[in-house]
Write a protein that binds this ligand. Structure first.
Ligand SMILES: [Zn+2]
Length: 99
């Protein structure tokens, strides 16, 4: 339970993203896959946290870019992006607890 589950949920949404068909999100997808893989593969929480920070930055940038996207589409995207952010924030919280 926890991070793995949420990241897997993120992956589930990622698949759905193709169907939603937002060009911004599609473009970002390979970055998200790469960062998520980094989080999953990292041996230490410190390493996971550094990937998590990158993910949060990426999400924030994308959320900003979505201000110009059609509203109904952007809402779906925002829901997914916020989920990604939550997962990343959870990694950061775990890192803090460990210290
Ligand atoms: Zn989008």
């Amino acid at each position: 339970m926890g991070i793995a589950l949420i990241l897997q949920t993120g992956r589930y949404y990622e698949v759905n993203m193709h169907q939603i068909g937002c060009p911004l999100c599609q473009k970002a997808e390979s970055d998200f896959s790469r960062i998520n893989e980094g989080i999953n593969r990292a041996a230490t929480l410190t390493e996971k946290a550094s990937h998590a920070r990158e993910l949060i930055q990426k999400v924030d940038t994308l959320l900003k870019e979505h201000e110009k996207v059609e509203r109904s589409l952007a809402e779906a995207c925002r829901a997914v992006l916020n989920l990604r952010k939550k997962a990343a924030e959870m990694v950061l919280k775990l890192e803090k607890v460990k210290r």
